[in-house]
Design a protein around this ligand. Sequence first.
Ligand SMILES: Nc1nc(=O)c2c([nH]1)NC[C@@H]1CN(c3ccc(C(=O)N[C@@H](CCC(=O)O)C(=O)O)cc3)C=[N+]21
Length: 303
Amino acid sequence: MTDARIIDGKAVAASVRDEISSRAAGLLDAQGIRPGLAVVLVGEDPASQVYVRNKDRTAEACGFNSIKHTLDAATPEADVLALVETLNNDPAVHGILVQLPLPKHIDESKVLRLIKPEKDVDGFHPVNVGLLTTGERDHALVPCTPAGSLVLLKRTLGDTLSGQNAVVVGRSNIVGKPMASLLLQESCTVTVAHSRTRDLPDVVRAADIVVAAVGRPEMIRGDWIKPGATVIDVGINRVPAPDLGEGKNRLIGDVAFDEAVQHAGAITPVPGGVGPMTIAMLMANTLTAARRQLGLPEETPLF
Ligand SMILES: Nc1nc(=O)c2c([nH]1)NC[C@@H]1CN(c3ccc(C(=O)N[C@@H](CCC(=O)O)C(=O)O)cc3)C=[N+]21
């Protein structure tokens, strides 16, 4: 079989960012307002610092105001809650993102529940989760990674996913569950598989669409992929790469790419697949949030 088409997440993300930049320029023209994104980072996790810097830079590039709050790892929970409350009440802040994971002494769910749903650009607040699962996606803010994955699927397969067998591997609140909700809304037949699923290879073999979000490097093997299936690899695993030099790492996905590329019809690479889409969709959510807070009409959805 010929190798799969490689889905270029970097290129699609660039086109989404261009669209959002031009819509933001329109908003600035018409209302004199820039979307404001506040990113809160607690602690010094190096990977988180890279992501936060990237979000900050992309927001600026889209013409947004980006406000970064970096707090010491030992910051008391009450101080984090107080910051969220301040951002909730700041009219220049349209989107709030609290970088996860938070240090262990902070109750993540408590922080997320305090964010005003209309500013919750991660889409993690129970109100947004509820709107997504009840099929009111157009009134919600949808989690960025699943939204970006759906954009890639539609650019690959066309807008109609109806009747496709979709297998989501992973059941996290951040990716697996919202991805399943989105695919169900698109009329896919959705299976959510996880670490306790029996005969996982056979479950995946039935899939026309595979979304891998387990967080285990290269767990999904090539011979699990139905010939011609579309594979979206959400995994971002940093593993040692001694071949690149001592102490060097490389990023690999949850799918064994070199194997799967020989079976799939189309597949996302890591890096350069879902990752860049996550950040692009964060910009889209921030603009959507700003327009709603200003009482302006919805723009054409990107997916
Ligand atoms: N509240 C919250 N919201 C998040 O959306 C969130 C979070 N917390 N915590 C951490 C994860 C991780 N995440 C990524 C975003 C972009 C890339 C990305 O752009 N990856 C590049 C490679 C970047 C690199 O080289 O490290 C790529 O895949 O091509 C990766 C990971 C967002 N997260």
